[in-house]
Ligand binder design. Structure first.
Ligand SMILES: *Cc1c(COP(=O)(O)O)cnc(C)c1O
Length: 381
């Protein structure tokens, strides 16, 4: 190999061109502040997009998760259930507030929270008289959870759901947009997500009063008074008007980006689907995933190579790829946490062991993708 090939990223920002116009508008009107017309418009547009009554633009998805848990009163002395197969931000702020997580396995059909495991966790909690304060469900890699199974389990026990839709903006469950299923839902606009503001998040809910209260808390909890007066402590979590401008232009492109990511997946699938030992993340008939990342599992007893071998081979050609999220129940920081498997099977552990995320950006060129496919075909032959 001669020259070093250009880096192929897992998921990089993809601007459309109009972002800069909205940013310029913010500058021209001097709304360079954590509030302003772009923020308000972006909130309205995201609420309408998700199909919820109210939305609050924030500095990150993590901040949204934190506010949701604060509003639900989760803290010291609380227990909550959470998908084990996720990114730490789904729960880190809730644990930092003193609440104790109990982890729930995935089901093989969607890679998301297993209703079987969730039911088992609720049965034990009921027997011990310890009701969880919330259930955090995560739509992983863009795929919706099986809402009709999970939500009634929680609702029938009066336990609110926080829906982490950070990776699944624009994905559908039975035709309805993800982010709208929990009591609170949230999106992330981090640089690697399907649309980005460089960094940001959106808290969603049909409960307008809760969103108003979240707005109050996220702007330092200032009382209505002529001076700075505080009856409680808040946060500084708002999204800047400049970044909201980027977000508005990105939102206009979202449907196109979903189409592009799905096309990336489709090309990988066509190239590799006949390969023994390779299985892509399934898409149940109730799901329409945005394919934020194309993910698959490798069975080394069939392919003769592991997911880490493949990651190393791709890295040699300057291609970024990753294992699937390491489940929370296997994280050193949660060594002592309780965990409910999917029956006898530890699905999330298996997905981590064999899972692989391929470069999936909507801005991948055909030749980028050919290089990934060539490398994979070479090593999987
Ligand atoms: C990205 C992500 C978050 C956090 O969002 P930030 O905007 O980066 O704080 C939370 N949960 C999941 C599953 C994510 O992928």
């Amino acid at each position: 190999m001669g020259d070093i090939e250009e880096r192929v990223y897992l998921s990089s920002p993809h601007m459309g061109g109009k972002e800069i116009l909205y940013v310029r508008e913010a500058f021209d009107t001097n709304w360079v502040a954590p509030l302003g017309p772009h923020v308000e418009a972006f909130e309205r547009e995201c609420a309408a997009y998700a199909g919820v009554k109210s939305a609050l633009a924030l500095s990150s998805g993590t901040a949204a998760a934190q506010l949701a848990s604060v509003l639900l009163g989760i803290g010291r002395g609380s227990v909550f259930f959470c998908s084990s197969l996720t990114f730490i931000a789904s729960l880190a702020p809730i644990v930092q507030a003193g609440a104790v997580p109990i982890f729930i396995d995935s089901e093989p059909e969607s890679w998301n929270m297993s209703p079987t495991a969730l039911r088992a966790a609720f049965e034990d909690a009921g027997a011990e008289g310890a009701r969880p304060a919330a259930v955090v469900i995560v739509n992983l890699y863009g795929q919706s959870c099986d809402m009709d199974e999970l939500i009634p389990i929680c609702e029938s026990r009066g336990v609110p759901v926080i829906e982490d839709a950070a990776e699944s903006m624009g994905s559908l469950y039975r035709g309805r947009r993800t982010g709208s299923f929990g009591y609170f839902g949230f999106y992330s606009f981090n640089g690697n997500k399907i649309i980005t503001t460089s960094g940001g998040g959106m808290l969603l809910s049909d409960d307008e009063e809760s969103i108003d209260r979240a707005r109050f808390l996220s702007t330092q909890a200032r009382d209505r008074a002529p001076w700075y007066q505080h009856s409680e402590l808040g946060y500084n979590f708002r999204l800047s008007n400049v970044l909201a401008g980027i977000g508005r232009a990105q939102l206009e492109l979202l449907e196109r980006r979903i189409g592009e990511r799905r096309a990336v997946y489709e090309r990988y699938r066509e190239a590799l689907s006949g390969t023994p030992g390779v299985e892509f993340m399934p898409e149940p008939d109730w799901s329409r995933t945005n394919r934020w990342l194309t993910t698959l599992t490798i069975d080394p007893s069939v392919t003769g190579v592991t997911n880490l071998d493949i990651i190393a081979a791709l890295a040699k050609r300057n291609i970024e790829s990753r294992p699937v999220w390491k489940p929370m129940h296997l994280q050193p920081v949660f060594e002592r946490a309780r965990y409910y498997r999917h029956g006898d099977d530890d699905v999330s552990a298996r997905l981590f062991e064999n899972g692989l995320c391929l470069p999936s950006g909507s801005n991948l060129t055909k030749s980028d993708q050919d290089r990934v496919i060539e490398t994979l075909s070479g090593i999987l032959r």
